[in-house]
Write a protein that binds this ligand. Structure first.
Ligand code: HEM
Length: 493
């Protein structure tokens, strides 16, 4: 069952069902002539260049196949807080209660990342350094998806249509790489776990993905910010069917990843009794094929595993899947006894790799993930995952470790003198099986090995955006709603 017809026309297609792609360009721009931009944006939408959920469903299958003749590109557009300000659609220009509410969006990624002390700014690329210093603000993002040819066509289209109304800050491209597709650079099957939007997707697929109320991803629908008993409109009415989008360029150090697994496997003192492959699977929480370590603790059952509708056996149990493994940190499922709002921090991931596959001859080339995700609240979605869970040694319990894959070594987070990351590993017993809980239900703590990790990824830059519903562009031309009398009187006082 697809979303209702109105939503299909309103929602930009990358939010749901996703823009089909073998290639994608993240086209980061400044809005240099806002009035001109608004007129051109409306014409762009009227000419059908912004891909709605409805047209994304039609385009998807064609665009995936790079061998086919170039079909039309899928294009979506989003704005940062500074972009919304230039469009005069922010707190300063709109009547009270009419502006977007999320504080992380308003402050932007540069403030969030810096206030958390997470990113090392020396790792940023020049475009991000200019943004942080305030020299070049990122106002908007065009997502352009297709096969190699149609993606290039889409970039040219945006360039020519908007002319000097926009300025290019950076065009960042990624692609799915050579066959087999669907694997990220560390060698793991990716994009397995996605929220399954209840009532909007074919219910026969429920085993594939994790149940989620549509409002967790799409603004002002059931499930937005949890309890549905409260006012269902949590963002202003005009934002209904929009979503917040996080973009992060994340460089991956593939060599360091494999090297650390090997070192831990060969460490006689630790005596983990695991191969490097078994250790790597524990860093991620899934085997290279995608099968979850929680359900298959000893070995990779191989490709073909597709059930994603599972929970951790016991919140007090990390003998199969460490608390610090990437997928357990990012989606703890039942780990911390969430029952009512278990879906509240789910995100719709839309990443694509960049750079060549790692090999002896390409090892010094840049590579990583162009990470993207949608959610109706940054506070509950990406920012909760990163700030409260991944980087937090105290989640879900004291000394649980950090996300082995994506946590950043925040000075003082664990030890003021130590900037390495930590996670707990239990290893396997002599027979090659996982250790067992003690008869009193507690972990055999004496088997727990607290291990250090270097950070395997480095953030190169990114921003938080708002991806508006398609009707927003008509409203932009008409201008913001006038302040009502009450507001004006209060302003005068
Ligand atoms: C270079 C960086 C990253 C790599 C290599 C990576 C890799 C992976 C892999 C291999 C999986 C398992 C496959 C799947 O479940 O689809 C996964 C799952 C996931 N990742 Fe990442 N990831 C990265 C960054 C991030 C970041 C920054 C977030 C932040 C929120 C994130 C959130 C998630 C989530 C929510 C899941 C699904 C967990 C589940 O539902 O079980 N990832 N990632």
């Amino acid at each position: 069952m697809p979303p209702p017809a109105k939503e299909l026309k309103e929602i930009q297609g990358d939010i749901w069902p996703g823009l089909g792609k073998s290639h994608e360009t993240f086209y980061l721009v400044s809005i240099d002539k806002p009035d001109d931009f608004i007129t051109k944006m409306k014409a762009f939408v009227d000419q059908g260049h912004i891909t709605s959920a409805e047209s994304a469903l039609e385009k998807r299958s064609q665009n995936r196949d790079a061998a086919k003749p170039s079909p039309s590109p899928g294009i979506n557009v989003s704005f940062s807080a500074s972009g919304m300000k230039k469009l005069k659609w922010d707190d300063m220009s709109l009547p009270r209660g009419q502006a977007l509410t999320d504080r992380y969006f308003k402050e932007g990624a540069r403030t969030d990342a810096m206030s958390q002390g997470r990113d090392d700014q020396n790792d940023y690329e020049d475009w991000m350094k200019s943004y942080v210093s305030g020299k070049k603000l990122i106002d908007g993002l065009f997502l352009i998806c297709g096969n190699e040819g149609s993606c290039k066509e889409g970039v040219d289209l945006v360039k020519h249509h908007f002319g000097d109304a926009i300025g290019l800050i950076e065009a960042i491209s990624g692609d799915v790489g050579p066959e087999p597709h669907g694997f990220e650079h560390f060698g793991f099957k990716d994009t397995i776990s996605q929220p399954f939007l209840e009532g909007w997707e074919d219910s026969s697929d429920t085993t594939l993905n994790y149940q989620c109320r549509p409002g967790v991803i799409v603004m002002n629908h059931k499930g937005m910010k949890g309890s549905d008993k409260r006012n269902p409109l949590w963002e202003p009415e005009w934002a209904t069917n929009g979503s917040y989008f996080v973009f992060r360029k994340l460089a991956q150090d593939v060599e360091a990843f494999h090297k650390r697994a090997e070192e831990l496997a060969n460490d006689k003192e630790l005596d983990l009794n695991m191969t490097p492959k078994q250790l790597e699977a524990r860093f991620v929480g899934r085997w290279h094929s995608g099968a979850p370590v929680e359900l298959y603790p000893t070995q990779d059952p191989g490709p073909g595993y597709s059930d994603n509708n599972w929970d951790y056996e016991d919140p007090n149990h990390e003998l199969h899947c460490p608390y610090g493994s990437h997928i357990r940190k990012c989606n703890p499922r039942n780990t911390f006894r969430q029952v009512k709002d278990k879906d509240l921090s789910l995100i719709m991931r839309r990443g694509i790799p960049y750079g060549s596959r790692w090999s002896e001859s390409t090892k010094d080339e840049p590579r990583g993930l162009l990470f993207g995700c949608y959610q109706s609240s940054l506070q509950n979605g990406y920012c909760a995952i990163m700030n409260k869970w991944c980087n937090n040694d105290g989640f879900p319990f004291h000394n649980s470790g950090q996300d082995v894959l994506v946590a950043q070594p925040i000075k003082g987070a664990v030890d003021p003198n130590d900037q390495t990351l930590h996670a707990n590993l239990y290893g396997l017993c002599e027979e090659g099986n996982p250790h067992k809980l003690r008869p009193d239900g507690k972990h055999p703590e004496e088997k727990k090995k607290r291990c250090n990790f270097p950070s395997f990824i480095k953030p190169r830059g990114g921003e938080y955006f708002f991806t508006p519903p398609i009707s927003f562009f008509t409203k932009l031309v008409e201008g913001p709603p006038a302040m009502d009398d009450e507001d004006e009187e209060e302003e005068e006082e």
